[in-house]
Design a protein around this ligand. Sequence first.
Ligand SMILES: [Zn+2]
Length: 276
Amino acid sequence: MSDPAAFTPLVAPPTGPAEPSLYFAFSQDRLLVHLEGQSARVPILGEAAELGLPVIRQQYLGTLGQIHCYSVELPPDAETPQGMALKGLRQLFGLLEEPLFWVAGRAVQIVNWDRTHQFCGQCGTATVSRPTERAKECPACGLLNFPRVSPAIIVLIERGRQFLLARNHRFPAGRYSIIAGFVEPGETLEEAVAREVREEVSIEVSDIRYFASQPWPFPHSLMVGFTAQYAGGEIRPDPAEIEAAAWFTPDELPDLPDGISISRRLIDWFLAKHRA
Ligand SMILES: [Zn+2]
């Protein structure tokens, strides 16, 4: 028996008669779900046409446990069928079973990539999907396009019993988190950590260590989490991005990110270590 929560990405759709499958249908990044109180379900159908909505494109994603999964692009103005709702993915965290939430995160990225790579970016010819890998190829000039994944680093900086939290201008009122930023072309992950910390709060770090990673499909990031040690300098927030930054101890904490994010996992790891 395969693990019912394990997802296997596949490209070639199954042949043979249609089996009941999970359909992750999106209209402008909103997922079509059955909503029942505090839980949401992804429709299980024989084919996308059963939704009764115009299907622009569909993609085969692979299997979740034994169940085939498809993503579907609906028109931006798709009407919601009776008893269903279109919801932004972040709103669905905690409402969808977690394995389904993360497949939906894959699905929305594949739908968006498929929509925006119908034509070659080099010569404008209509592209064709490769049968055996997730790629689109230009039949005229041969340019290959793969789904875009944008690596970003996130780092918890330790200073004994203290750790650094910062407040971005875009955060909800009162919310603090740890330092994060996109990796630049040509940079190692460790260089990105040191640069982002220097740029955002003007301090130096050492002993940069990998912690864990997490896909972040808003819109197509891969968050790579690190811990680091404070190595010198005074906190001076970059006024363009950071409204405030300071050292905190586990005893006095501001409003923190919710459980969906790797930032919260890093913070909880630090708090558990020092509350023990
Ligand atoms: Zn081309």
